[in-house]
Design a protein around this ligand. Structure first.
Ligand SMILES: *Cc1c(COP(=O)(O)O)cnc(C)c1O
Length: 244
């Protein structure tokens, strides 16, 4: 390795930890602005497409919560990285792949059908685990996105609440990509309102302790509107390269 290569890797290292600190500071700022305790907000480092070396750097800089959207990527990275990492499945999940991750993930953020929840329940029973899940809501009703409409959420939660090895702990949304994050404020507000309405229903086995919303572009606004988990990829790891 040339001296320049070594230098550029070192620079990337410090950049990553600086990015992480920067995001943490902005989270804190958003919490203070909205009268919230920064401890209420968990930063999930979204590491999809990134090599394990970069995840290890983020780990060394203190990150323990990682988000991935592909089953294969979770299982591969799971074996290569420290065991105290909490893995979050944040992408669309196919039922035939549930068995590979059900005992490896801390939380599945993307439950959007009873059939998927039933599969998670069945596979969780086999492994003797209880899986925390979030219900994915397509608040903006974009055709391109997964998730339920606001109106469909309560009946799905009522059905999922009866599955013994699945625990609904809250809601998740992926807001549209917008130039100005303020444009998504109303979406975050709607999801928060829905979670308050569901809490009031006191459904057995269901809590609304988690609101997973906000990405690189809009996580500060999401926190101001009540997010308890923000999913930040680009802001920590830099832009993703899908060409490889
Ligand atoms: C990729 C992804 C993110 C992170 O997106 P960034 O804009 O890079 O922060 C968050 N949530 C989900 C569901 C994703 O797929």
């Amino acid at each position: 390795m040339s001296k320049n290569q070594i230098l550029s890797i070192k620079e990337e290292d410090t950049m990553l930890s600086e990015n992480l600190r920067d995001v943490e500071k902005k989270i804190e700022g958003a919490c203070i602005r909205s009268g919230r305790n920064p401890k209420e907000v968990t930063l999930i480092a979204v590491s999809k497409t990134k090599p394990v070396e970069m995840l290890q750097e983020a780990y060394d800089a203190g990150a323990r919560e990682f988000g991935e959207n592909k089953v294969q990527e979770i299982t591969a990275k799971y074996d290569q990285l420290p065991q105290d990492i909490h893995w979050h499945m944040i992408g669309h999940l196919q039922r035939n792949k549930v068995k590979y991750i059900v005992d490896k993930v801390k939380m599945i953020h993307s439950v959007d059908s009873l059939r998927l929840a039933e599969t998670i329940d069945k596979e969780a029973q086999k492994k003797n685990v209880v899986v925390p899940v979030l219900i994915e809501v397509n608040v903006a009703e974009e055709d391109s996105k997964f998730g339920l409409s606001l109106e469909e959420v309560v009946s799905l939660i009522e059905a999922v609440s009866k599955l013994p090895n699945v625990r609904v702990q809250g809601l998740m949304t992926v807001a549209p990509f917008v130039e100005n994050p303020e444009e998504n404020r109303e979406i975050f507000r709607s999801l928060k309102k829905l979670s308050v309405d569901i809490t009031a229903k006191n459904i057995n086995n269901v809590t609304m302790s988690v609101l997973s919303m906000g990405m690189t572009n809009d996580y500060e606004v999401a926190i101001e509107e009540g997010a308890t988990m923000v999913r930040v990829g680009t802001g920590i790891f830099g832009a993703r390269d899908y060409s490889r």
